[in-house]
Structure formats: C-alpha cells, structure tokens
Design a protein around this ligand. Structure first.
Ligand SMILES: [Zn+2]
Length: 81
C-alpha cells in the first residue's frame, strides 16, 4: 500500500529575459532562442552558446541572410516531412 504526501518541489522559472543582441528586456515570450554545443572542429571548440534574440533584432538579422529562413508551404513539407 502506498501512502502519499504532498511536497513542494523548487522550480526554475524565467524571471527576466534580455536580448543578447541589443540588451533590451524582452517583454513577450515570443523571441528567437537557441543553444549550440560547439564541436572540436569549430573555432568554439567545447563552448556552449545560448541566446535569446528579440523580434526587432531577429528581423534585422535575417534581412542579411542570403537564403530566407522563412518556410513557405512547399519548403515546410520538405523540411518537416
Ligand atoms: Zn534585441
């Protein structure tokens, strides 16, 4: 027979979020977030990079891309399928 009791488990929650690019506080949870563990054959051997980029900085960043990251319906099927 199992007897249960209720316990409180500490939980980590985001208290504040700042854009790595401009440093502004990101008000919305809608932003670009990425974590990259770099391998030995990169210039960042063994480093872990994590970033949160606000929508404004993201928009400016992707304007410089040679290939748009925006997936059209056609691209979406080939990327996700
Ligand atoms: Zn920003």
């Amino acid at each position: 027979m199992r007897q249960y009791k209720t316990v409180q488990v500490p939980k980590r929650v985001i208290e504040s979020l700042r854009c790595n690019c401009c440093g502004k506080v990101i008000q919305s949870r809608e932003c670009f977030s990425a974590v990259k563990h770099w391998g030995y054959d990169s210039p960042y051997d063994g480093e872990v990079h994590a970033m949160d980029i606000c929508v404004d900085c993201y928009a400016a960043w992707i304007q410089n891309f040679a290939i748009s990251p925006v997936l059209t319906e056609e691209k979406r099927e080939s990327e996700e399928g």
